[in-house]
Design a protein. Structure first.
Length: 178
């Protein structure tokens, strides 16, 4: 069995509500072992057999059936998540301002030309670096004040991901290791 971290995209925003106790119950119904949630933003840690694609597909299908809307799932093994943490290109920001460092996970690697397209639309102090299936963003003035919104990021990249701040990223790693 593999320990998995599932990041659900676009939940508990825009009327797409999933209560975390219901998400945990869904994981139990799917036969996942030891499901745990973190915060109310669609973070699920559990153990299950199967490949990442198989497990993600099972979860996405069940989410659509139970909650009535499609919900993309970015799935990483605990080992993958450790690598995400280790690959952070902004260690000083992680130490000094973790709330303004965002890791955005995608289903597949983000092409370099997509990252360049994104950089071309940044008009503020934000910076972005790509590492495989993740992008690391620094929002020095906070996401709430930034013109670099998730919708603008999605349009520039032409692919959707889901982001978590560094504090949550570390908490998910610790939860997966427990």
């Amino acid at each position: 069995m593999t320990v998995w971290i599932a990041l659900l995209g676009s939940v508990n925003v825009g009327g797409r509500r999933i209560v975390m106790t219901e998400l945990k119950a869904l994981a139990v119904d799917l036969g996942f072992d030891n499901p745990r949630t973190l915060l109310a933003s669609g973070n699920l840690v559990f153990s299950a057999s199967g490949t990442a694609d198989e497990v993600a597909a099972r979860l996405e299908t069940a989410l659509a059936e139970r909650f009535g809307f499609k919900c993309p799932v970015m799935l990483r093994s605990a080992a993958d998540w450790d690598a995400v943490i280790a690959a952070n290109p902004f260690p000083d920001k992680a130490r000094d301002d973790p709330g303004h460092l965002i890791v955005t996970a995608f289903k597949s690697p983000v092409p370099a030309e997509a990252v360049e397209r994104l950089r071309a639309v940044i008009t503020g102090p934000e910076i972005v670096e790509g590492r495989g299936r993740e992008l690391y963003f620094v929002y020095p003035e906070g996401m709430g004040r930034s013109a670099l919104t998730p919708a603008l990021v999605d349009r520039a990249l032409r692919v959707r991901g889901t982001g978590r701040n560094w504090n949550t990223t570390l908490k998910l790693g610790a939860l997966a290791a427990a």
